[in-house]
Write a protein that binds this ligand. Structure first.
Ligand SMILES: Cc1cc2nc3c(=O)[nH]c(=O)nc-3n(C[C@H](O)[C@H](O)[C@H](O)COP(=O)(O)O)c2cc1C
Length: 338
């Protein structure tokens, strides 16, 4: 098995988990597009424990995606520990626990970000899950429940005491939802007082920003979510900037990117889903380019895979590829599970 920390240092640009988006097909695509360590979207521990086919499908991954972690959410130590054992049995590289999900249905059951309000529960969960597995355990958190209860320093200390391998921090509180901005000063401060590797996350929409935040925050790595949905080259670009390499972004055009995406989608999904996903992803890729609204509107009227590809080709051929770095900063996908 690869050394997780070595992998983190080799490529410090990780794909952030996004429910309904970062499925197995998308993760394979992102690995090909240069993303570092991958994590599944949040997976219900209860679903796994009840052997739900749907839940098992959500957590599925391939060997090519390794090192890949499975992110779990659930109610209490025992439920999470049982699911974590299953995740290990299935060959995942690590287990990640979600303590960031702000969704009311989840926090009502003292899962997701609700755990950030109860340090005893956090310790109990971490110690029980840690004992149940031999693979690394990581956690992903928000900065706290609300502005008056920001406690990632405390959370990180507990995680360290319980043998967790790293803490990923989305720099918003639970109450903030997706409003405001990720607080990178706070993330940097946590990093400066933490004994654990820290992965910073939030609003990294350009490769420049990803590299700047990585350096200035002193974080061990950064995670990119929505930025990759607008700019699928972001991981390549960030790596090249970090290594001070000449710009070439692997010589890919947007159409090349779509072709790669289609290949991965077709490996995992039936045609109907491939068509839907192509529409969704190409709409996101088009954000910030000229005439993107008209493109989005037209593409959703089309039904067949060849015609969708045709429309995508026609649109992206017109796009000036040099604009790849200039993705817009407008609010994008203001909701999610972490
Ligand atoms: C649609 C969507 C779904 C998300 N699902 C998850 C999830 O399953 N688990 C998780 O930890 N975070 C989830 N998140 C949060 C992201 O991982 C990330 O923390 C957040 O989007 C901020 O990073 P970004 O600005 O790079 O997108 C989700 C975010 C979005 C937009």
């Amino acid at each position: 098995m690869k050394d997780l920390m070595l992998e983190l240092s080799k490529n410090p640009f990780l794909l952030a988990p996004m429910a309904g988006i970062t499925d197995s097909a998308y993760r394979s695509f992102m690995r090909e597009m240069g993303a570092g360590i991958l994590t599944t979207e949040l997976v219900s521990a209860k679903g796994l424990n009840f052997a739900s086919e749907k839940t098992r499908r959500i957590m599925s991954f391939t060997d090519e995606q390794q090192p890949v972690g499975v992110q779990l959410f659930g109610e209490g130590p025992e439920e999470l520990a049982k699911a974590a054992e299953y995740v290990e049995e299935m060959g995942a590289h690590f287990v990640d626990l979600n303590f960031g999900c702000p969704v009311p249905k989840v926090v009502k059951k003292m899962a997701g970000s609700a755990v950030l309000k109860d340090m005893r529960l956090l310790s109990e969960i971490l110690s029980t899950v840690k004992k149940s597995i031999n693979i690394p355990l990581t956690i992903k958190v928000r900065t706290g429940w609300d502005q008056n209860q920001r406690n990632t320093d405390q959370v990180t200390q507990i995680a360290y005491d319980e043998g967790v391998s790293w803490v990923s921090i989305h720099g918003r509180t639970r109450s903030q939802g997706y409003t405001g901005l990720s607080d990178w000063d706070y993330i940097s401060w946590v990093k400066s007082v933490s004994k654990l590797p820290i992965i910073g996350n939030g609003d990294l929409v350009t490769p420049e920003l990803a590299v700047e935040r990585l350096k200035n925050s002193n974080c061990d790595a950064v995670m990119i979510g929505r930025g990759a949905l607008k700019n699928p080259w972001i991981f390549y670009q960030a790596m090249q900037l970090l290594n001070k390499e000449e710009k070439d972004y692997a010589g890919l055009s947007l159409m090349d990117v779509i072709t790669k995406l289609e290949k991965h989608l077709s490996q995992f999904h039936p045609e109907k889903i491939v068509v839907l996903q192509l529409k969704k992803f190409s709409s996101w890729f088009s954000a910030g380019y000229p005439e993107s609204a008209a493109f989005r509107q037209s593409i959703f009227q089309i039904k067949s895979q060849p015609m969708v590809l045709d429309a995508i080709q026609t649109y992206f051929q017109q796009v000036d590829l040099n604009q790849g770095l200039k993705t817009s900063n407008k609010p994008f996908l203001m909701g999610g599970h972490g």
